[in-house]
Design a protein around this ligand. Sequence first.
Ligand code: SF4
Length: 172
Amino acid sequence: GKIRIGISACLLGEKVRYDGGHKHNRFLTDTLGIIFDFVPICPEVECGLPVPREAMHLEGDPAAPRLVVTSSGAELTAQLLEYCGVKIEKLRREELCGFILKARSPSCGISGVAVSNRKSAPRSGSGLFAAAVIRELPLLPVENEERLADPALRANFMERAIAIHNWQQFAK
Ligand code: SF4
């Protein structure tokens, strides 16, 4: 079978973003889709938030940021983190070989996501779901769509995913 890769659903063209839009990445679906079987994930929708929804951002300590609604300051951290715990346990049984996550999202961004702070300039951190994936599934390659545009980074991601896929087949 094809190599199963978890992916931010908005990159596949699903209209799950806060503004009701998507971020369809044709290179991913039309080219990498030839060898990858994409398993769509939208942490914000799957944790119970609606489409459309208020814009949100990360705040506080970059090592353990809080997810808050930008306009009201309402806390979404506990809701998203609880979802992450349950979802990661399900994903362990999915035979995934890697993840492609949307850059700069407060949920999906793997690094370089702005974390605001009342006392200083914004620092950078990881989205809550991406951080959970990296911490809990450390053997799997995790990239964003922007880095995968780089041929060397793309080749590295694909090699690692293929190696994990081959190991899964061998171990059956
Ligand atoms: Fe959903 Fe992640 Fe895409 Fe945001 S970046 S719309 S949380 S899949």
